[in-house]
Design a protein around this ligand. Structure first.
Ligand code: PBG
Length: 338
């Protein structure tokens, strides 16, 4: 193929620096760009009113209540952010996560409020039980009390998705890593008349050390045990392709890799073979890590945030869920990032 690298016959007179000489040349030669429309901002919605509580583990982020979250959504819309994804912090938790499918829960209320306040944002809702169960696992426990029971959990996730769709979610995003969760959601949505509601599958979601700040923010750390029995083993690459293929066969409209930065190879593998949009979630720990390093004087936060997002996009992610969404959108809007 002309122009492609032929390792054995490199022309040693080539001068790649010619296209790096000026900012204008670099801009012209740039292969990857970020756009605000592809950014998805995570929002935490807590039951109650008048809440705007800072989250220590996630600098710059707050927990909102349904009555205050509209102002944050308006701010993000004005910056050009493409979408929001909502997580809930309920008033009460129980063994089966009942508050997760309460139509008056924080997420459905927040969705309705944001719909009133904004007109140009895609609204996503995370579908999982860990924020709503008193044991903090992503589904209901079996009789041993140690394992998450897959199939009974599917029914509950389906109920939760229908409630979020009914409250105005354009896209529901199952993140419990139960087998068959996409098919269960599709069927529940179709049965209830939500054929138009799309599913973004957390396909390759690894059991990761990088979720720590999120679990602080959402109060969803498992009481006992961990999530290794359902989230993917961090070592696996082929399994990620299998998970994505299964989710597509079950009816997913888009697939996700999570976390993003340490898993760029999985993003690339999946982006190379699927036709649907590929999303990647730059998770709470990735964000907190860059803030901590910047606070320690080790790096420039803005430049590091840009580079981290660019890497995720370069790996093949079309949509990026990131706690940097507001900063990135502002930087793109003002031309600080190009
Ligand atoms: C729910 C869920 C989690 C995250 C997104 N959805 C927590 C978890 O699996 O423990 C983590 C997001 C982040 O760390 O930013 N299951």
């Amino acid at each position: 193929m002309p122009g492609r690298v032929e390792w054995a016959a490199m022309d040693l007179t080539e001068r790649p620096r010619r296209l790096r000489r000026t900012a204008a040349l670099r801009r012209l030669a740039r292969e990857t760009r970020l756009d605000a429309a592809g950014l998805v901002a995570p929002l935490f919605v807590q039951a109650g009113s008048g809440i705007r509580t800072s989250i220590d583990a996630l600098p710059g982020h707050r927990r909102w209540s349904p009555d205050t979250v509209g102002e944050e959504a308006e701010r993000l819309q004005a910056l050009g952010v493409g979408a929001l994804i909502l997580f809930g912090i309920p008033e009460s938790k129980d063994a089966t996560g009942t508050s997760g499918w309460d139509p008056e829960g924080p997420v459905p209320q927040g969705l309705r409020r944001i719909r009133e306040a904004t007109s140009d944002l895609v609204l996503m809702a995370d579908v999982c039980l860990c924020e709503y169960t008193n044991h903090g696992h992503c589904g209901v426990l079996d009789s041993s009390g140690r394992d998450v029971d897959n199939d009974p959990t599917l029914t509950l996730l389906g109920r939760e998705a229908v409630v979020y769709a009914d409250a105005g979610a354009d896209i529901v995003a199952p993140s419990a890593m139960m087998d068959g969760q996409v098919a269960a959601l599709r069927e529940a949505l179709d049965t209830e008349g939500f054929q138009h509601t799309a599913i973004l599958a957390y396909s390759a979601k690894s059991a990761s050390a990088f979720y720590g700040p999120f679990r602080d923010a959402a109060g969803s750390t498992p009481g006992e045990g961990d999530r290794r029995g359902y989230q993917m083993d961090a070592a696996n690459r082929r399994e990620a392709l299998r998970e994505a293929a299964l989710d597509l066969a079950e009816g997913a409209d888009a697939v996700m890799v999570k976390p993003a930065g340490p898993y760029l190879d999985l993003i690339r593998d999946i982006a190379d073979v699927v036709d649907v949009p590929v999303a990647a979630y730059q998770v709470s720990g990735e964000y907190a890590m860059l803030h901590a390093a910047a606070n320690a004087g080790a790096l420039d936060l803005d430049a590091a945030a840009y580079e981290s997002l660019l890497g995720i996009r370069r790996a093949g992610a079309r949509w990026i869920l990131t706690y940097f969404a507001d900063r990135a959108a502002e930087a793109l809007q003002t031309g600080r990032w190009e």
